[in-house]
Design a protein around this ligand. Structure first.
Ligand code: NAP
Length: 324
């Protein structure tokens, strides 16, 4: 099968299309013929080892464990392992391989009891591929921040993979949502349900005296000082993304711990931990018409280098989809 493989850390060009063996499903796995997958921030960070901690996870000098990137996909079940009972050949499915990666290829194997389900009835296969990474990450942090009805929530970075889901999920939980994005994305963020939008190219979100219960920063650019200025005392600052490499992450963690200890605000961060309930929860919202995904660009697998380049530039609207 064709797959996008990388054998050294570096720029988008380190990813090459190669012929590799088609994976064979274990007893509890299904083999999915991939219809669509995405290039996310996790993929380009793994590819360029940014932050350097990636090397501990995937090989110190060169990528070892995951050499085919891609964390989420949709497609059609081509074969099933002997013990599989929930899926059969021909099922249209969507799901995530998580940190095992491997979906930037024509086929991938996913465990039947993992993050895999028949696709939402009201979404195309292409759209279904672009749900799990952003949806699960946003859900994890909103739940950790205890977002609830009546709260004022600011989503800083409302138009990327995580942002588009954070806006919709915060609205679903009953919050009054303000989304921060650039001029070109104001209408998109409004269309996702944001009650207010702030154009960061024209206005500093911390300047107008607004106060929030929760600030969710999906891009690592809201900054501690500006965020503390708009958070009510004891409010929650969810830092989904930090900034400044390993040192910046460490300084951010320490500063967050100090602020939390003073009681000024509770700072939360770390890596999203999916739960078994996430996928059925997101699928339920999609089928109820309460959650949509956003696709910015589509690329064939052969143009994966260009897709990495575009995703890494940091200004995609929702998702970049790959069609193997
Ligand atoms: N902690 C975790 O478990 C976890 C999970 C998922 C993702 N992440 C991290 O979260 C970050 C975001 O991921 P993502 O997939 O959502 O990224 P993405 O899709 O690439 O997000 C890009 C968005 O960020 C916006 N943006 C860029 N600069 C901005 C600024 N100065 N102010 C406000 N918005 C700005 C862009 O909007 P404009 O074009 O309008 O600027 C664009 O829509 C990544 O660093 C990723 O590694 C962490």
């Amino acid at each position: 099968m064709k797959a996008a493989v990388y054998s050294r850390y570096g720029p988008p060009e380190v990813v090459e299309i190669q012929d590799v063996d088609r994976p064979v499903p274990e007893d509890n796995e299904v083999l999915v013929r991939i219809h669509a997958t995405t290039v996310t921030a996790a993929d380009w960070r793994m590819r360029k080892a940014d932050p350097a901690l990636v090397r501990i996870m995937n090989g110190l000098w060169a990528p070892k464990k995951a050499r085919i990137l891609g964390m989420e996909c949709s497609g059609v079940v081509e074969a099933t392992g002997g013990a599989v009972t929930r899926f059969r050949e021909g099922d249209q499915v969507f799901g995530s391989t998580g940190f095992k990666f491997g979906t930037h290829a024509e086929y991938a194997c996913l465990p039947e009891d993992g993050r895999l389900s028949t696709k939402p009835t009201n979404m195309s296969l292409e759209e279904s591929a672009a749900v799990m990474f952003g949806g699960v990450s946003a859900l994890y942090f909103l739940r950790k921040a205890n977002v609830e009805a009546g709260q004022k929530v600011l989503i800083y970075g409302a138009s990327g993979s995580v942002g588009v889901f954070a806006v919709q999920l915060a609205k679903h939980f009953g919050a009054h949502v303000t989304g921060v994005c650039s001029t070109a994305n104001l209408d998109l963020v409004r269309s996702l349900g944001a009650d207010e939008v702030i154009d960061y190219t024209k206005e500093d979100f911390s300047a107008a005296g607004r106060v929030y219960d929760v600030v969710v920063d999906t891009v690592g650019k809201s900054g501690f000082s500006r965020t503390l200025k708009v958070l009510k005392r004891g409010g929650i600052y969810a830092r989904i993304s930090g900034s400044g490499g390993v040192l910046g992450m460490l300084v951010g963690e320490l500063r967050g711990m100090w602020i939390s200890a003073t009681g000024k605000a509770k700072v939360i961060g770390g890596v999203a931990k999916p739960t078994p309930d996430d996928l059925p929860f997101l699928k339920g919202l999609i089928e109820a018409g309460d959650l949509v995904t956003v696709i910015d660009r589509r690329y064939p697998l052969d143009e994966i280098v260009e897709a990495h380049r575009y995703a890494e530039a940091g200004h995609k609207k929702g998702h970049v989809v790959i069609l193997p």
